[in-house]
Design a protein around this ligand. Structure first.
Ligand code: S3P
Length: 436
């Protein structure tokens, strides 16, 4: 029976009160950069060498996709990959992106510039997520598309330019348009009222492409061909968030997470935690792989509730579940504004976070697109069975809750943690966390 349940719902994991946490750890390579390095390498002339690639399920699907489209993709060692780019060809089978929205949406943009038909599929979660936000702009550039949720077929070919206003501040949508634009005739301009993560622009430049960005206006220039380069991928701030928050909320803890990418367009969680009173120190700030990087020292702190403005959401969009856990330990109310996009992530994260917090004895609710958490000024009761809805970040957030709450917290489906942070459990154990 339990095997059948596990096959259907994935393994259950329980986080139990533990710590104080201590140690020096590294987290896996940034997921956004890992997808991009493989895709750009697959489009470039020559051999791209990648160091620090995240070998999580989402990124491995993108590696398979780029290979199926005609590039040579090889793993030399842990995190070390090479990609020899090619003129992309129609793959023999549909491209299965499994759980990965980033993989699906970026690849859709990239294939649209080739005269090939490509069908994309995914798992149940990805098949329910909106794709029209990418397909609409691609059609405006001249691609033909079928389906508005997966399975989706892109019939690519001769594209023309476009001006697009990125109202949702989605880096995936921006990136799909820029990737399609590499093979389009004419101006390709994305206008961003609120800036989204800029790894695509940074990495396109590193591959020799002419991209300008100024005051939220991103334009492709004349030179749109890519030349292979070496890419070093620093640690993922969205993964570093879990040991960092665990260290802040368990008294007596101090953990250093080495080599974390701290691009300001990804650092909203760190800013917010500091406003809440967190003792976070950024040590040895430097640049790696074209991105700012630092070692982050997190020391247990008494947190207080804050208001997080909607304008900050793009810079911490994946971090609200773990911020909500931190907010439950803080003194006073935390209000997080403008979270409509959380409803269309790997799960409806707004609903999943509220249900999980309530199950753990924390008062939390939504008002329109805002999330409100009534902090307890100490450890919540916990002692709950939380539904993770097959969402990696919900599972990891509530395991961290369990490490610090009064009673253990179990998540029902921890299997998807492997999509972004395969070593989450051993790494949390290595700093003193009890996860079984
Ligand atoms: C990503 C962009 C974000 C983020 C996702 C990764 C990217 O999604 O949630 O995990 O790599 O471009 P949106 O573009 O939908 O905001």
């Amino acid at each position: 029976m339990s095997t059948v349940l596990e096959a259907t719902f994935g393994p259950r994991l329980t986080g139990s009160r533990s710590g104080p946490f201590s140690g020096f750890i590294g987290v896996p390579g940034d997921k956004s950069m890992s997808h991009r390095a493989l895709i750009f390498g697959g489009l470039a002339n020559g051999l791209t060498r990648i160091r620090g690639l995240l070998e999580g399920d989402d990124v491995l699907r993108t590696a398979d996709a780029v290979r199926a489209l005609g590039a040579q993709v090889e793993r030399a060692d842990s995190g070390e990959w090479t990609v020899r780019g090619a003129e992309w060809q129609a793959p023999a089978e549909p491209i299965d992106c499994a759980n990965s929205g980033t993989g699906a949406r970026l690849l859709m943009g990239a294939v649209a510039g080739f005269p090939i038909d490509v069908t994309f599929t995914g798992d149940a979660s990805l098949s329910g997520r909106p794709m029209e936000r990418v397909l609409g702009p691609l059609r405006s550039m001249g691609a033909r598309t079928e389906g508005s949720t997966l399975p989706v077929t892109i019939r690519g070919g001769r594209l023309h330019g476009m001006h697009f206003v990125n109202e949702k501040a989605s880096a995936q949508v921006k990136s799909a348009i820029l990737l399609a634009g590499l093979r389009a005739e004419g101006d390709v301009v994305v206008i961003e009222p609120r800036l989204s993560r800029d790894h695509t622009e940074n990495m396109l430049r590193a591959f020799g492409c002419d991209v300008t960005s100024e005051d939220g206006v991103i334009s492709l220039g004349e030179r749109r061909s890519l030349t292979a380069t070496d890419v070093a991928i620093p640690g993922d701030p969205s993964s570093a968030a879990f040991p960092i928050v665990a260290s802040l909320i368990v008294p007596g803890s101090q953990v250093t997470v080495r080599n974390v990418m701290v691009n300001p367009l990804r650092a909203g969680l760190f800013t917010t935690l500091q406003e809440m009173g967190a003792d976070l120190r950024f040590v040895d700030e430097r640049r790696e792989g074209g991105e700012p990087v630092a070692d982050i020292v997190a020391t247990a702190s008494a947190l207080r509730g804050v208001e997080v403005p909607a304008s900050r959401a793009p810079s911490m969009i994946d971090e609200y579940p773990i911020l909500a856990v931190a907010a439950a330990f803080a003194q006073g109310r935390t209000v997080m504004r403008g979270l409509s996009e959380l409803r269309v992530k790997e799960s409806d994260r707004l609903a999943a976070v509220i249900a999980g917090l309530q199950a753990c004895g924390v008062d939390a609710w939504d008002e329109g697109d805002d999330l409100i958490v009534e902090g307890l000024g100490g450890p919540p009761r916990g002692g709950a069975d939380v539904q993770a809805h097959h969402d990696h970040r919900i599972a990891m957030s509530f395991l961290v809750m369990g490490l610090a709450a009064q009673k253990a917290v179990t998540v029902d489906s921890a299997d998807m943690i492997a999509t972004s942070f395969p070593d989450f459990t051993p790494l949390m154990r290595s700093i003193g966390g009890s996860i079984q």
